[in-house]
Design a protein around this ligand. Structure first.
Ligand SMILES: CC1=C(O)/C(=C\N=C/Cc2ccc(O)cc2)C(COP(=O)(O)O)=CN1
Length: 402
């Protein structure tokens, strides 16, 4: 056997150790089996590098057009942004932006005349936020202010309003660098009241970042019949206070990893991120990563063009149908959910969640657990079929002897 064939067969041995989405035993992932067209796209674009866009002008165009298409989806014709490594990089980028704006405002004496700026930027962010914000805190010495959660596991907006007003009146200036809202939180899929956060942010000239890494490719396609009463689903640039959004094609967008998205309200924000990059075809670079593949941009463009709104609406419909099916089946078998599912995520109350998770894993089923409450966490991604859901409930019943 020639050397390449030998290496490929060795690699297959390793790959065979991995779980496969189509087997229907992965219940805790926010990623899924990518759309088959992306295999062809990967082969076409695997050598591209958006870190040096002057060499790959076609691929750079695909990134720009992908951002425009996503911007349109998020009610923003002037959207600017990047298809980058994932939601983590996108959230860190938003925090880096808010931190830099705050430093620039201080330097331009936009707020007050204090000698020294407080040594860390205050960011108001819910307990339900993804841990990528903790990484941001580490990297930029951010001061994360955590509002209490409501009974629906969303940010208490009255507390946020009072905190902002008290801080500004006490300091005589606005020392808050940013506010974060989540549109589809990791653990429960809840959506903060972005509309109210936007009013608070806009009124007080504080930028609002919306982490829609998961919800961005679900909420715009959610049919009315799946929406809860008196629940706010508005989260995008139609709200004036929203300045940046994380939205990941490699979650419910069906793109292969890595494809995260950071979208800015307009190009004006780039100057706060630009770093001199003398040896590149572009002299200023705003992204955190330097060398970065163009595959994410190309697969995102291809899927947006192929699926369009109807295609993503069909995927969302199917996932919500399965979410409703599983919720009902769990309840019929004596299980309780933490909340009424908001998106295609179900949290099952379980005081011994870690133990149950371990037992399910021993039976070959991979669920995850919540941090904010004692519960198992199930993400109903497109790779899960009804029979897989039945298998999960039957196994849970056996474990819990229901
Ligand atoms: C609201 C929000 C998220 O739920 C999130 C990730 N979430 C889940 C990432 C994940 C994917 C597959 C899997 O098997 C396990 C976990 C990130 C980070 O996104 P990432 O860097 O692309 O992982 C940001 N915000």
């Amino acid at each position: 056997m020639d050397k390449s064939k030998e290496i490929l067969s060795k690699l297959k041995e390793y790959r065979d150790l991995d779980l496969k989405y189509e087997k229907g035993n992965i219940f805790g992932s926010m990623c899924t089996k990518p759309h088959p067209i992306t295999l062809e796209i990967i082969k076409m674009f695997y050598e591209t590098n958006l870190g040096d866009p002057g060499l790959f002008i076609g691929t750079k165009k695909l990134e720009e057009e992908s951002i425009q298409m996503i911007g349109k989806l998020l009610h923003n014709p002037n959207a600017f942004g990047y298809i980058i490594s994932g939601g983590t990089e996108a959230n860190i980028t938003a925090m880096r932006l808010f931190n830099n704006i705050s430093k620039a405002n201080f330097k331009n004496k936009k707020y007050g005349n204090k000698k020294n700026r407080e040594d860390s930027s205050k960011i108001i962010i819910p307990e339900t936020a993804h841990f990528s914000f903790d990484k941001s805190k580490d990297m930029m010495n951010l001061d994360l202010i955590r509002p209490p959660l409501t009974e629906y596991y969303t940010s208490n907006v009255k507390w946020v309003k009072d905190y902002v007003e008290d801080t500004i009146s006490k300091n005589g200036e606005n020392s808050i660098s940013g506010i974060v809202g989540i549109a589809g939180c990791t653990e429960l899929g809840t959506i903060d009241n972005i509309k109210e956060l936007s009013k608070i942010a806009y009124t007080n000239d504080i930028p609002l970042h919306v982490d829609a890494a998961f919800g961005g490719f679900v909420i715009p396609f959610l049919e009315e019949k799946y929406k809860l009463k008196n629940y706010n689903y508005e989260f995008d640039f139609s709200l004036d206070g929203v300045k940046t959004i994380t939205i990941d094609p490699h979650k419910m967008g069906l793109s292969p990893i890595s494809a995260g998205g950071i979208i800015f309200r307009n190009r004006e924000y780039k100057k706060y991120l630009d770093i001199e990059a003398p040896y590149l075809t572009e002299t200023l670079q705003a992204t955190i990563l330097g060398t970065r593949t163009g595959v994410g941009a190309a697969t995102t463009w291809g899927l947006l063009k192929l699926l369009c709104k109807d295609g993503y609406a069909k995927i969302t419909h199917e996932c919500m149908e399965k979410t409703t099916y599983l919720t009902n089946k769990l309840r019929e078998n004596g299980f309780e959910t933490v909340i009424e599912p908001v998106l295609n995520i179900i949290a099952i109350k379980d005081d011994n969640a870690k133990e149950t998770c371990k037992k399910l894993k021993e039976k070959g089923l991979y669920v995850s657990v919540c941090r904010c409450t004692n519960a198992l966490r199930i993400v109903i991604m497109p790779h899960l079929e009804f029979e897989h859901l039945d298998n999960l409930v039957n196994t849970l019943c056996k474990i819990n002897k229901k």
